[in-house]
Write a protein that binds this ligand. Structure first.
Ligand code: GLC
Length: 666
């Protein structure tokens, strides 16, 4: 059932049964802060989502005592490998919420919005760079690694923010941008004035001719013509893999390594739980190679890992290594480098599979990238703050993806596409949900880019990648409710274009609307987090003849989940070989409805276009054919029994045989 919402620009594919007017939930909170039970009673006439909402708000209001209770439920959320159970929310502090109305988001504003993030269901935040910087590459050009950009707040604000996040059981991952600094960093100033060959000069990589490392590719193809730039002060060329204002640090200099260890300690002492290692393949360069993924780079990583291990064994390192599968895998080392790496090989293939209505690109890449060291985990993502990178696909695939997803040249940058998820998918709610269902069920920890949970759009008329970095859309109020500053003072304008304009797509509206994308996202995150097999389970692909259908099992500690995805625009049927599970009953995970029992024969699934099913397999004797499964077995402790869907009672036939297929077990 899908139709166009005139007011959101996004079509509604699914009206799910547990949602409700969340305003009612808000009222319940107002009734008696701190009294979870009474709040639930008050809300008992409402549906489950309202109650979830009310509960989380009450938790927030009553502080750590309630938060601890919630923590205890999430049994897999502790221990040094917490990142395996993480659902990560990526955001830029400057884009989130402006508390002092200067037009720029800040840490106090972000702290105010922590309840929103908590309510979404995520348990980790990845902060884009917030350090002092001339902002020529949106903060990836750092001029002081130990200072906060004053527009975003102070170190005390940062400390308070981290504490507030931790009190809500949310971990904080920050950026470690050490491949390069800003050319305005004092280290560079000192280097260019220091004598050639001195330790100070050697903080960076210099050349008299600019001829070295000629096999290294240029990454910012639209703006740079060389990886060397002339410095008139030093009277020498300096090396940079990105913008010329970002000179690369020299990892052959032990003093640089010492500085980095010092930085790690500084931020860990402030409570940070992990680091995203920016541009990590390029740390070291060598003549005669493409200067990517070198052995020496991996040695640096091992040093970084052993340092964080020494300081904080549960600190996670997350590699940004946009590389072919084998090289990306190398960033896990033997479990002695990064615990996590972004799944760059998978990301573009998700979009190829969707466009071609063919599961092969996904299955193929996951088969190539499944063997990780024990404590390691992929970070899955659909979009982020950069362009949707197509550097690592074939020329033919790139052309195809440009053709499908970025017909206009303006939508492209370097070798990628500068669009957000919702605009890439034309605001098609079915495809947005489908892609998110993959994000939340494939093997890895999902990363959500801020704003994608409400289907925010982009502005391709803004420079560089700014079009996907616009202010978070909180409401239909001035400046999208992001800031009360004058419009001209905003760091970037909010999206005002047609279907994606902030008066249509915003948090306020979507909180009220039971079928909104935001509420759907909260729901799917909730379901994902209640089933550890998604986070930690093995993945096994099934191979139905119909290649438009992707089907896989996720299994962990006795729990087995079956995910079936119809990549096609139109309805499809597939026969799944589930003989190994004969006798089990699949139970739909959003509603608890029991499906026909599995037999030795192929199991037929039919799905409308661009739809998916998540089913949990139960031994038949645990399923009441009339009522599905006991609520506890679905791991949804927050849903009151009254809201649990009760399948219609089967009609008794002659001989007592039920016509509910779930009861016709062997
Ligand atoms: C990473 C960042 C990107 C930045 C580049 C240079 O790829 O994601 O935004 O421009 O590094 O620091």
């Amino acid at each position: 059932m899908s139709g166009l919402r005139a007011d959101s620009g996004i079509s509604i594919a699914r009206i799910w049964p547990y949602s409700a007017d969340l305003r009612a939930g808000d009222k319940a909170v107002g009734a008696e802060p701190g009294d979870l039970r009474r709040c639930s009673l008050f809300a008992s006439a409402l549906s489950a989502t309202a109650i979830l909402h009310a509960q989380s708000l009450v938790e927030d209001m009553s502080g750590c005592r309630k938060a601890k209770k919630a923590r205890a439920k999430d049994t897999h959320d502790r221990g040094p490998d917490w990142y395996k159970d993480a659902v990560i929310y990526q955001l830029h502090v400057r884009a989130f919420y402006d508390s002092n109305n200067d037009g720029v988001g800040d840490f106090c504003g972000l702290a105010e919005k922590l309840d929103y993030i908590k309510d979404l269901g995520v348990n980790a935040i990845w902060l884009l760079p917030f350090y002092e910087s001339p902002l020529r590459d949106d903060g990836y050009d750092i001029s002081d690694y130990k200072a906060i950009n004053p527009a975003y707040g102070t170190l005390d604000d940062f400390r308070d923010f981290v504490e507030a996040a931790h009190a809500r059981d949310i971990r904080i991952i920050t950026e470690l941008v050490v491949n390069h600094s800003s050319d305005q960093h004092p280290w560079f100033e000192r280097a260019r004035n220091a004598p050639p060959g001195s330790p100070e000069r050697d903080y960076y990589v210099w050349s008299e001719t600019g001829d070295e490392f000629e096999k290294a590719r240029i990454i910012f193809l639209d703006s740079e013509v060389s990886n060397w730039s002339w410095d008139p002060v030093a009277k020498a060329y300096y090396w940079h893999r990105f913008y010329a204002c970002q000179p690369d640090l020299n990892f052959d200099n032990p003093l640089v390594i010492r500085e980095i260890k010092d930085l790690l300690k500084f931020w860990l002492d402030l409570g940070v739980d992990g680091f995203r290692l920016d541009a990590v393949p390029y740390l070291v360069e060598r003549d005669g190679t493409n200067s990517e993924n070198l052995r020496e780079t991996h040695s640096v990583l091992k040093l970084i890992r052993s340092e964080v291990e020494r300081l904080r064994p549960d600190c996670v390192l997350l590699a940004e290594a946009n590389q072919p599968p084998e090289s990306t895998l190398s960033y896990f080392g033997k479990g002695d480098e990064c615990q996590m790496a972004f799944h760059f090989p998978l990301m573009p293939r998700l979009f190829i599979a969707l466009a071609q209505e063919d599961r092969e690109p996904i299955v193929d890449i996951i088969e190539q990238t499944r063997a990780l060291p024990d404590a390691c985990q992929w970070a899955l993502f659909l979009r982020n703050h950069d362009e949707l990178t197509l550097e690592m696909v074939t020329e033919e695939e790139r052309k195809y993806l440009w053709h499908v997803y970025a017909t206009h040249r303006r939508l492209r940058i370097n070798l990628g596409i500068r669009r957000r998820l919702a605009t890439l998918l034309n605001g098609d709610r079915r495809r947005i949900e489908l892609m998110n269902s993959l994000l939340f069920s494939l093997n890895g920890s999902p990363v959500i880019y801020y704003g994608d949970e409400i289907g925010m759009g982009d502005n391709p008329f803004l420079g560089d990648r700014d079009g996907v970095r616009t202010p978070m859309q909180w409401s239909a109020d001035r400046n999208a409710g992001f800031s009360c500053a004058d419009y001209v003072d905003l760091y970037l304008p909010p999206i005002e274009h047609r279907f994606f304009a902030y008066d249509i797509v915003n948090v306020d509206e979507q909180r009220k609307m039971r079928s909104s994308l935001l509420n759907w996202m909260r729901w799917i995150i909730k379901v994902r987090r209640s089933h550890p097999a998604f986070a930690r389970g093995e993945i096994t692909f099934l191979a139905p003849a119909n290649k438009k259908v992707l089907a896989y099992l996720r299994s962990y500690e006795g729990e087995t989940l079956l995910c079936v995805i119809n990549l096609s625009e139109t309805a499809q049927a597939a026969e799944l070989d589930l003989a190994e599970w004969a006798g089990c009953v699949p139970v739909e995970m959003f509603g608890g409805c029991a499906f026909p029992a599995i037999r030795e024969e192929p199991y037929t699934i039919t799905l409308p276009g661009r739809e998916f099913l998540w089913l949990k397999l139960f031994p038949a004797d645990q399923v009441d054919p009339a009522r599905g499964v006991p609520h506890e077995a679905m791991d949804r402790p927050d849903l009151p029994a009254a809201d649990k869907p009760v399948p219609p009672r089967p009609r008794e036939k002659e001989g007592g045989r039920s016509d509910n297929p779930a009861s016709n077990r062997k």
